[in-house]
Every structure is written in structure tokens, then in C-alpha cells.
Design a protein around this ligand. Structure first.
Ligand SMILES: [Zn+2]
Length: 385
């Protein structure tokens, strides 16, 4: 059967909100609930009472439990009926870049660590043959925020993919793995094949903590729809008080720019040291520069606070924090450019249904089975198509 002649199956989208709470496992083995607000309020001490015994639970990722014990994705026969999601900076994911090029790049980087040749070979092979990961809409969006924050990926360069899987129900692990005890993120396609599996189901403790994700063989990805993020069409116009504030702040920033102290005679590292020591520097230039920077930061904070109030209502404070560390005021952006980008990006959190509706109306493309990877170059996988 030619894959191109059949259509993408209708899939069920299960779009969760971003105000969800958590479930944490106690040493007694039982699980207790924790609201998003309580998680945030107690995050420094991270203690909560167990609902089943007198102990207190030191909560966090390490004891995060499956959020919904009746999660329908626990049913192997339903996996192919759901839409799964993934965010990537690659528009044509899961098509990998040319394996030979990628292998050369990876090997060149690995050589920097002065490792033995067979070790490098193994690292490169594992990297080229990683299992692919799909999860809930929430997990995909939170993954993007984490990548922008931790890997400094460009916030304007992401795509959201909606995926149809073709997995044999008898080739999925029973129950689910706990990422804390059985790390799944580094799993390779060789690992999956060795276990006779198409997919490993696991509880994601990094993104959308407590949701179900899957590590899958590339050839199980049948269809993909793709949407560039953020989408602009869903953003309402800023209201009048916000527009007024943005104009005023921009005015103040422009004024500050004209009186920025000239520190070009001092090396940046030296200037920083003076400021850390509280040394005003020659002619008070270090102090003046610090005060100037502080004024700019205060204006940025004022705008960010207003945008949070306007555009992140109902979002769990922990996720709002992650959003704010990812979507920051970048140098060169005007107040309204930042506000526009913030509002457009927030739509992925506040209007998931609208985003998924747009995504689901995109032209589906059949995923190319058997992605060009190291093993495929020499030994193309046989597949029934
Ligand atoms: Zn307990």
C-alpha cells in the first residue's frame, strides 16, 4: 500500500490547561495531590503532608507521580487514536539532517573531549539513533520553553508538530516507566529494538510533570502537521492603558539612551568588578553606568509585570516563571515589539484549543519512514509500506 494514497486519520486532541496541579509519591508508597499554587508557595522548603500517613513528603521532580491514573494513553489500543505533539526548531521534523554531515559534525565535537576512538564512535552512534519523543500538547510547549531557557534556542524559531502514530499495541511496554528510575531521554532506537518495542511509555517529570510521553521508533511516526510559533493571528490588540504605558516606557528608554554613560575607556570585565565592589570608578563612571542599567531594568520589569497580568491569567505560577525566563526582552527590541512577542507567545498557554485547531487544519505530510541515520546509510531498514 502506498502511504501517499491514504489520508491522515482523524485524531483526538487532548488539550490540557496550564493551571494543573501535581501528584507526589510519599515514602509510604501512596500518592497525594498538590495544587499548582501550593507547589509554588512552598517551593523553597518543598514539604507537603501525606494524605495517607503522618509523614511529610519532600516534593519535587524526584517523587512526581502520574497525574491521572486513568490516563487513556495507558491503553495501548488507544495510542494511535490520539494526536501527539512535539516542538522543534526543525520545520521538517522528524526528517533528520543528512546523516553523513551530522556524523562528521558530531565526531568533530567529540574529538574535543579527547576520548578514545571507540568511545567516540559509540557516542556518535547513540546520538544519531536517539528514539524520538512525543507527548501531550502541554509537554511539547513546556519543552520549548525549557530549550529557550536552558539551551538558549531562538524563541522565534520553533515549530509545533502534531503527530499521528502507527504503533502495534503489543509493542508498547506495560504500564509506564518512571523517568527518575529508568531514564528514557537517552534511549536509542537500538535499545527499543532490542526490547522488541515500538514505543516506551513513560511519566514525564521534566515537562508537564506527571503527564505521559512516548519514546518511539522513527518509523512509527506516520503523519505530521506543523505550525510555526508563535502564531500572531490569535493575539488581541493591547488595551488602551497598556498601549499608553508602552509608549511612556519607550519614551523613557529613548531618553535614557541619550544619556548613557560612555564606558568605552574601561574594559567590560573591569567595569563589572568596580560595580561589584561598589567602586564608583574614574569620574564616577562605574557608578553612573550601574545606575543607568538599573533604571533600564526597572522599566523592563514594569512592562513585564503588566504583560504577565494581562496575558498569563490562569497559568500556574511555576509555568509562568518558566515562560518569563524564556520570553525575555531582547536587546534591540522596542517596548511594543517585546509586548507583541510576549502576547503572541502567551497564546500557546492561554488558548491551547485555538492553537490546536489551527494546527489540525494544516496540510498533513506523510513522515518519511526510516530517517536517514547512521545505521540506515549502510543497512536500510525493511518496512511494510
Ligand atoms: Zn505517606
Amino acid at each position: 500500500m502506498n502511504k501517499n494514497t491514504i489520508v491522515m486519520p482523524a485524531l483526538e486532541d487532548r488539550v490540557s490547561d496550564f493551571g494543573y496541579g501535581y501528584r507526589m509519591r510519599c515514602e509510604c508508597g501512596a500518592v497525594s495531590s498538590l495544587s499548582a499554587e501550593d507547589y509554588y508557595a512552598e517551593k523553597d522548603e518543598a514539604h507537603m503532608p501525606c494524605e495517607h500517613c503522618p509523614r511529610s513528603i519532600h516534593f519535587g521532580r524526584a517523587v512526581a507521580a502520574l497525574r491521572d491514573e486513568h490516563d487513556p494513553a495507558l491503553d495501548n489500543t488507544r495510542i494511535n487514536t490520539f494526536a501527539w505533539y512535539h516542538t522543534s526548531t526543525l520545520a521538517d521534523w522528524p526528517l533528520a539532517v543528512d546523516a553523513v554531515t551530522r556524523r562528521t559534525e558530531l565526531a568533530a565535537n567529540a574529538h574535543l573531549f579527547h576520548l578514545p576512538a571507540d568511545h567516540i564512535e559509540r557516542l556518535v552512534n547513540n546520538e544519531l539513533n536517539k528514539a524520538l519523543h512525543v507527548g501531550t500538547y502541554g509537554a511539547a510547549i513546556e519543552n520549548m520553553l525549557r530549550r529557550i531557557r536552558n539551551q538558549r534556542d531562538d524563541p522565534t524559531a520553533f515549530y509545533l508538530h502534531r503527530v499521528a502514530l502507527q504503533i502495534s499495541p503489543d509493542r508498547v511496554n506495560t504500564g509506564y516507566r518512571d523517568e527518575n528510575h529508568e531514564p528514557v531521554s537517552q534511549m536509542t532506537t537500538m535499545d527499543l529494538r532490542a526490547e522488541g518495542l515500538d514505543a516506551v511509555r513513560y511519566v514525564n517529570v521534566y515537562e508537564s510533570m506527571g503527564s505521559i510521553s512516548l519514546a518511539v521508533l522513527p518509523e512509527t511516526i506516520a503523519w505530521v502537521q506543523t505550525l510555526g510559533l508563535p502564531i500572531s493571528g490569535l493575539t488581541p490588540a493591547h488595551n488602551a492603558p497598556l498601549v499608553e504605558m508602552l509608549n511612556r516606557v519607550q519614551h523613557q528608554l529613548d531618553a535614557l539612551r541619550t544619556c548613557k554613560p560612555d564606558t568605552s575607556a574601561i574594559r567590560p570585565s573591569e567595569l563589572r568588578l568596580m560595580q561589584l565592589r561598589g567602586d564608583p570608578g574614574p569620574d564616577g563612571i562605574a557608578a553612573a553606568s550601574a545606575a543607568h542599567g538599573q533604571s533600564v531594568r526597572e522599566l523592563h520589569s514594569e512592562v513585564t509585570a503588566a504583560l504577565n497580568q494581562q496575558y498569563l491569567t490562569g497559568i500556574s505560577p511555576r509555568i509562568a516563571d518558566n515562560f518569563n525566563s524564556a520570553i525575555k526582552w531582547r536587546s534591540g527590541q522596542t517596548a511594543s515589539q517585546f509586548a507583541d512577542f510576549f502576547a503572541a507567545s502567551a497564546v500557546a498557554l492561554t488558548r491551547p484549543d485555538a492553537v490546536v485547531t489551527q494546527l489540525a487544519s494544516r496540510q498533513p505530510r506523510p513522515a518519511h519512514l526510516g530517517i536517514a541515520s547512521a545505521s540506515d546509510v549502510s543497512d536500510p531498514p525493511s518496512r511494510a509500506t
